[in-house]
Design a binder for this molecule. Structure first.
Ligand SMILES: Cc1cc2nc3c(=O)[nH]c(=O)nc-3n(C[C@H](O)[C@H](O)[C@H](O)COP(=O)(O)OP(=O)(O)OC[C@H]3O[C@@H](n4cnc5c(N)ncnc54)[C@H](O)[C@@H]3O)c2cc1C
Length: 372
């Protein structure tokens, strides 16, 4: 057996969940993360309560950081027309800076080893020896019996693995701020459309709010800067303008990412179990990418704990992944198409406003049942 039986590439919520559960059962786990905790990342920071009971049961729920409790949803169309709905399941708001660091500390307590500020550049499966060889940015080669890919929506490794989506560019960008404001209610997560994208706002810890939007690379190029793009495109929705006018921005500049792809992916690639966004990303407007990431981490750990042969582990994971996420991700891709287009989003808001059955059904279909 190797020093590291299982190597996990990427220490976001999917990788950290799997690492924690596996280490608690006595497995030797190494997480390789290209950044160093704690750090900010672009995310709306609304966590669906699908995972609340599971996190409490596993001792992972961040009670000590007092996440905001959220039970109401507001949706506005490009023209500012808005509809409100209660959220049956609801969620909690907490920054990734705090939440990922909290998971990281729990992993350390469980005995997980970490290589931080280290990027994985290649992974090879050696069929003859039935093991993996993981290469890092400093040229080190690390052997492992199993490898989990938990490296998020897109990484250099995807190109190495010849994954289809990695050959194409994505039109989306993500922008995130933390703000203070007295213009928002504590228990509401709002999603405001504008022509070309949508913006979410919800409370997190310390009385702060997360302000995050999914925008268009083409609009940024056209406007020339983030500020000019916001002025030209986002502020056409009067509710977005009002949020910006009332906000006290806590950072000098926002966190920005590009290459956000909702393309179809596969949960096992080159014998590597893919977790979270690396297996498929749900549109942020569904507000449950983090819950899915945590759930995939649990499913991967369950597969390892139930089986010992690589083929059996893969089959078990693939089956569970498809059962839980395939339809949700497909629906999420279709819902994504409704947003950002002026006509359609106004129609969608009106339709949902007038049909509590439809709005409940849509929210329920893109969300899962609470996981145990
Ligand atoms: C604009 C936007 C808003 C969102 N809002 C929400 C929301 O409100 N609620 C919600 O539930 N979800 C939201 N999501 C989705 C959510 O952020 C993701 O689904 C979730 O973070 C996926 O977790 P993960 O573990 O798969 O990946 P990540 O959290 O992205 O973690 C991947 C990790 O891998 C590391 N890594 C990458 N490549 C390598 C490498 N080669 N070597 C070593 N390390 C590597 C990265 O540094 C990173 O730490 C949003 C996403 C976007 C883009």
């Amino acid at each position: 057996m190797f020093e590291n039986e299982i190597i996990i590439i990427g220490g976001g919520l999917s990788g950290l969940t799997a690492a924690y559960l596996l280490a608690k059962q006595g497995k030797s786990v190494l997480v390789i993360e290209k950044k160093a905790y704690p750090f900010h990342r672009v995310c709306g920071e609304y966590v669906s309560n699908e995972v609340r009971d599971f996190l409490i049961k596993e001792g992972l729920f961040p009670f000590e950081h007092f996440p905001a409790s959220i039970n109401h949803f507001r949706l506005s169309a490009v023209n500012g027309e808005a509809a409100d709905f209660p959220l049956e399941l609801g969620g909690f708001g907490i920054s990734r800076f705090v939440l990922d660091h909290h998971f990281y500390q729990k992993c350390l307590e469980a005995g997980v080893k970490f290589l931080q500020k280290t990027q994985v550049t290649d992974v090879q499966f050696l069929p003859k020896n039935q093991h993996f060889r993981v290469e890092t940015s400093d040229g080190t080669l690390l052997p492992a019996s199993y490898v989990l890919g938990a490296y998020g929506k897109r990484s250099k490794i995807d190109k190495k693995l010849n994954r289809n989506f990695a050959q194409q560019r994505s039109p989306y960008i993500g922008v995130k701020y933390h703000i203070q404001t007295d213009g928002q209610e504590d228990h509401v997560v709002s999603l405001h459309n504008y022509s070309g994208g949508y913006l979410g706002i919800n409370k997190i810890e310390n009385g702060h709010f997360n302000l995050c939007y999914l925008g268009s690379r083409a609009q940024l190029r056209d406007a020339g800067s983030i500020g000019a793009m916001e002025e030209k495109y986002l502020f056409a929705n009067p509710l977005i303008r009002e949020i910006f006018e009332k906000a006290h921005f806590l950072w000098d500049r926002p966190e920005v990412i590009n290459e956000i792809s909702f393309a179809t992916k596969t949960p096992v690639e080159n014998n590597i179990l893919m977790l979270g966004d690396a297996a498929g990303m749900i549109t942020p407007l569904c507000g449950n990418g983090m819950a899915i990431a945590i759930h995939t981490g649990k499913l991967a750990a369950d597969s390892f704990l139930k089986h010992s042969k690589l083929g059996d582990i893969q089959k078990a994971y693939q089956k569970e992944w498809k059962a839980f996420f395939q339809t949700r991700l497909r629906l999420g891709r279709n819902v994504q198409k409704l947003f950002g287009a002026p006509m359609v989003s106004s129609l969608a808001v009106n339709l949902l406003k007038n049909s509590s059955f439809l709005s409940r059904k849509l929210i329920r279909q893109t969300h899962g049942d609470p996981i145990r």
